[in-house]
Design a protein around this ligand. Structure first.
Ligand SMILES: [Mg+2]
Length: 226
């Protein structure tokens, strides 16, 4: 598994051919948290083991962590430390988003797939193993910050159509800016978050379930690159 895992070094773009991808096929670039995996649910369970609770009444991760009974959310730095610990100890325990593995298995008959995650480095091996256990054994690329520059660098290596799936508008906007030819799809896998998640359907197609996403992406990548 480790040989399928690439940590992005500064100024170095993963080589898709070296990762085994056919550069003439369509390319799918797919996020993990809230796309293939139910991050908030898993992080919430992890928080309980540390004596905290998650309350989802807005779309702001670190403002959703509370001490039991408290009305003010946890200090942001403490939330960040718990987030880092989750990726150190707990990120192998999240549930898969329903239908994701099946959809990618079907899409991968006609397209190459890479997983592009902003998980911090300490979660790299646990994340790669988790993907393998879920039937999502595609190359894992870790990124930091907005995903547009890296998505553009990946898309430049291929001649076929490219699609990008993520839950976060800043990542989708970043791809729109850096790689406008890459088709963008937003998915918010956790039903509790869907109400609160910002979307921008005029810029990025929003589809929250995998069977529908699969059909839309299959249609999109069947057309030649625009
Ligand atoms: Mg995500």
């Amino acid at each position: 598994m480790a040989d399928l895992t690439t940590t992005l070094a500064p100024h170095r773009t993963p080589d898709l051919a070296a990762l085994g991808l056919d550069l003439t096929r369509p390319l799918l670039i797919v996020d993990v948290d809230e796309v293939l995996g139910l991050f908030m649910q898993g992080f919430g369970r992890f928080l309980e083991t540390r004596g905290y609770e998650m309350r989802i009444d807005r779309y702001a991760l670190f403002q959703s962590i509370f001490r039991p009974g408290a009305t003010e959310h946890l200090d942001l730095a403490e939330g960040r430390a718990l987030f880092d610990d989750f990726f150190r100890f707990g990120c192998g325990d999240i549930e898969p988003a329903p239908g994701g593995a099946q959809a990618l298995a079907e899409l991968s008959r006609d397209a190459g797939v890479v997983i592009l995650s902003n998980a911090p480095g300490q979660g790299r091996l646990a994340r790669a193993r988790w993907l393998g256990r879920q039937g999502l054994d595609y190359p894992l690329i870790l990124n930091t910050g907005p995903k547009g520059p890296l998505a553009a660098a990946l898309a430049r290596q291929t001649s076929g159509p490219c699609a990008f799936i993520d839950d976060l508008i800043p990542n989708l906007d970043s791809v729109a800016e850096s790689a406008p030819a890459v088709m963008r799809f937003q998915m918010v896998a956790d039903p509790r978050l869907r109400l609160f998640a910002p979307s921008a359907p005029e810029r990025h197609t929003r589809i929250d379930d995998w069977p529908q996403m699969k059909d839309a992406v299959a249609q999109a990548i069947a057309r030649p690159r625009g």
